[in-house]
Design a binder for this molecule. Structure first.
Ligand SMILES: [Mg+2]
Length: 224
């Protein structure tokens, strides 16, 4: 049974920076930050790690209460930010999901650094949320490898039995997506529709690598 876990940003959709914009706007409104310092990396990282680092970088104590306040302000702004930025579904994604979705022998899940509510806003905006039955999210875990472990646990609960990690395929656009796949013994598919070029992703030695997901034939072949 193939179990396919998708990253969101740069893999399923490109939001045109809606998430970063909502996060920075939240930092300004909730904590009175007057100047955003562009020193925190977002790519492939979890929201809880990003909020902690943003607070620290702007001189705000990264207590759990402050992290939650920033997260809640971010979530309040995200729908408007998605509308404002427009964004797009990545090439080939609707066709791929149509080809593999709804089959009793395929599990479609998410493995994302987004908090669950943010993932739902982003994928709901593009009418993709309903495709996924389980997942790991960036609500509690600072390290993406721990999100991968949570996603695997969710899959096991969903199917009601143990899962062989070699049946699991993690699809993502960053080196951290590849390394979190390795952390759970899963296969890694890298796709260069985010910020990282094919050459950089190739250096992480994924099992499969694509410019985008429009060529389904190789994926469908390996998933049987
Ligand atoms: Mg991504």
């Amino acid at each position: 049974m193939p179990i396919i876990l998708f990253d969101i940003d740069g893999t399923l959709v490109r939001t045109g920076g809606a998430g970063k914009s909502a996060m920075e706007s939240a930092l300004v409104s909730a904590f009175g930050v007057t100047e955003i310092r562009d020193v925190v990396k977002y790519s492939g990282r979890t929201d809880v790690a990003i909020t902690r680092d943003l607070l620290e970088a702007h001189g705000v104590s990264p207590t759990l209460a402050n992290q939650h306040r920033l997260r809640d302000e971010y979530l309040a702004r995200l729908p408007g930010s998605l509308e404002a930025r427009g964004g797009e579904v990545c090439p080939g994604v609707p066709e791929l999901l149509a080809a593999i979705g709804g089959k009793p022998d395929v599990v479609l899940g998410l493995l994302t650094g987004n908090v669950r509510a943010g993932a739902r806003h982003k994928l709901g905006y593009f009418q993709l949320w309903e495709h996924f039955t389980c997942g790991g999210f960036g609500d509690d875990h600072y390290d993406r490898d721990d999100v991968a472990r949570a996603a695997l646990a969710c899959v096991r609960e969903h199917v009601g039995k143990d899962v062989d990690p070699t049946d699991v395929w993690v699809i993502g656009d960053t080196p951290l997506d590849v390394s979190c796949a390795r952390a759970i013994g899963a296969n890694a598919v890298a796709v260069a529709t985010g910020w990282h070029p094919v050459e950089e992703l190739a250096g992480c030695q994924p099992d499969l690598i694509f410019d985008d997901l429009s060529d389904h034939t190789r994926l469908l072949a390996v998933w049987g």
